[in-house]
Design a protein around this ligand. Structure first.
Ligand code: GLC
Ligand code: CA
Length: 547
């Protein structure tokens, strides 16, 4: 297997708005992130993925860009980003920017022009269609609810928005659109960044017969067919062109956020023989909420690992800015909070692929309690709220549901210490704080010898010192067991066994004779597991060396 720096790296995702506020306006900023570099170094991460930091009206918190060449004012300015890149580099930390290529903000000058007239030079930068007998061109739905088409008075046509109405989809068939983005990418790469996370990337190619295609409508009269939006033939040509025009000149990493991924398609996108992405995120797995089950997780992992082993590379994560805190979704008691947080970390760092940590995971941040719809910020979450009420859910049921699953749960301010506003800011933060910040915070975690933070540090340095965790082959045991996750990683002579209890009850682990001679390497319980232990305690995760 080819060695690459980004295979060995551990990546940490920063949602700037909620990470650290340096100037007391209640909003996290880039200078704030810079001031926390020593903390990130202490944790041991190699790359920071910064969620979109470009100029934006923040309809979707930066995933609606109005200027790809500018830093959004609330986050600082270009000098701040340059200082972050420079000071990170001094600590051997790289910076990954998040690029949104499927759509811009409706306030982007291209769209402002585009909507002015049918013969405007920017008209064709977006996707405009005539109405269909006074109605939308077709019945496509948007991921953020409602029709994917928005009527625009000035020219009497509709534009396509697969996300919110404030995020018009770009027309990637237009050569000039592509050329502009190649330039934008070069600009940032020349500033010294280490690559890109590419947002919703496999939606950029639209199906050929756009307005003609109609789907079976859902109860709202419109349809979201991810299959229709994603992976359209010709999509990879756009990516290959980015590679040819831009990426190949730099030693960078790219990771594409992709919906509707089969293992085969994932391999096609990251095949080392071809030149598309280095990694993809399998978002379907991440977005599982009510329907998340461990057997399902194991099965998806198995299929992807098996396929990507043929010559691609995997990514591992269980949390990002789009999903409520996974730890709270899995357990709402505090009893095993530390053990569960560590168990999830063990999974991400020992399964094959590059590990991604989302801010706050390393201290076990949980869901907060939102008491009314006004406390939520996310546009999608608010839509879900009104939709549920319309469907007859009670206020209480709806709030319970959103408290469990809203993506705002991932966006509460980082909990640095137990002072007012959790040390995140000197003033009331832009977003609700989780009540438990007085006990769950960086300051107290760092003091715990066997805390969650210490376990993350241990896992990260273990992976650095032992290539078997990076490049080792994967073999799984007891595949059908929904309570245990058991696998080995093997590289040359070295073979490690990982035994994980996925449940909150003791689980007997049947041991194979060949595992009799094993040495304890790392575990998530304070007392180390004995050499002969065969019962794994609640959420216990142990890494053993076999001989
Ligand atoms: C991606 C982002 C999400 C955003 C959406 C639209 O899924 O992760 O936060 O809302 O794209 O840009
Ligand atoms: Ca600020």
């Amino acid at each position: 297997m080819n060695k690459r720096w980004w295979k060995e790296a551990v990546i940490y995702q920063i949602y700037t708005r909620s990470f650290y506020d340096s100037n007391g306006d209640g909003i996290g900023d880039i200078e704030g992130t810079r001031r926390k570099l020593d903390y990130l170094k202490e944790l041991g991460v190699d790359v920071l993925w910064i969620s979109p930091c470009f100029e934006s009206p923040n309809a979707d918190n930066g995933y609606d860009v109005s200027d790809y060449g500018k830093i959004q004012k609330e986050f600082g300015n270009l000098q701040d980003l340059q200082a972050l890149i420079r000071d990170a580099k001094d600590r051997d930390i790289k910076i990954l920017l998040d690029l949104v290529l499927n759509h811009t903000s409706d306030e982007h000058p291209w769209f402002v022009e585009s909507r002015k007239s049918k013969d405007n030079p920017y008209r064709d930068f977006y996707i405009w269609r005539k109405g269909n007998n006074g109605k939308e061109p077709n019945n496509w739905g948007s991921f953020f609810k409602g029709s994917a088409w928005e009527w625009d008075e000035t020219t009497g046509e509709y534009y396509l928005h697969t996300f919110s109405t404030k995020q018009p989809d770009l027309n990637w068939e237009n050569k000039e659109v592509r050329r502009r983005f190649h330039k934008i990418m070069k600009y940032w790469l020349d500033m010294g960044i280490a690559g890109f996370r590419l947002d919703a990337i496999n939606y950029i190619k639209k199906p050929g017969n756009l307005p003609d295609s109609t789907l079976e409508p859902d109860e709202n009269g419109c349809c979201i067919d991810t299959e229709l939006y994603a992976n359209n033939p010709g999509f990879t040509d756009f990516i290959r062109e980015m590679h040819q025009q831009v990426w190949k000149e730099y030693d960078i990493m790219t990771v594409g956020e992709c919906a509707v991924l089969t293992p085969e398609r994932a391999l096609e996108y990251v095949d080392e023989k071809d030149t598309l992405f280095d990694m993809v995120f399998n978002v379907e797995l991440a977005f599982k909420r009510e329907n998340f089950t461990w057997p399902d997780f194991k099965q998806t992992q198995r299929a992807f690992i098996r396929e990507l082993d043929k010559g691609g590379w995997n990514s591992q994560f269980i949390q990002n800015h789009d999903i409520a805190r996974r730890i709270s979704m899995l357990s709402d008691t505090e009893q095993y909070h530390t053990e569960l947080a560590k168990m999830l970390a063990a999974l991400v760092h020992t399964l094959p692929g590059t590990p991604y940590i989302y801010q706050g995971e390393e201290i076990g941040m949980t869901n907060a309690r939102f008491h009314s719809v006004d406390e939520f910020d996310d546009l999608f979450c608010r839509k879900e709220y009104y939709e549920k009420l319309e469907q007859g859910w009670s206020e209480e049921e709806t709030l319970d549901y959103l408290n469990r699953y809203s993506r705002d749960q991932a966006r509460t301010p980082m909990q640095w210490d137990d002072t007012a506003y959790s040390g995140f800011s000197m003033v009331k933060p832009w977003m609700k704080l989780s009540e438990n910040y007085r006990t769950v915070n960086v300051q107290s975690e760092r003091k715990r010898k066997n805390g969650i933070f210490a376990f993350y540090q241990a896992l990260i340095s273990l992976r650095k010192a032992n290539p078997v965790l990076v490049y080792g082959s994967f073999q799984e045991y007891m595949e059908d067991n929904g309570e245990l996750y058991v696998y080995t990683r093997t590289l040359g002579e070295v073979s490690w066994l990982v035994t994980i209890n996925l449940t909150d009850m003791g689980q007997k682990l049947p041991l194979l004779p060949k595992w009799a001679d094993r040495k304890f390497i790392l575990g998530n319980y304070e007392e180390q597991s004995g050499e002969h232990q065969i019962v794994l305690r609640p959420y216990e995760a142990v890494i053993w060396a076999l001989s």
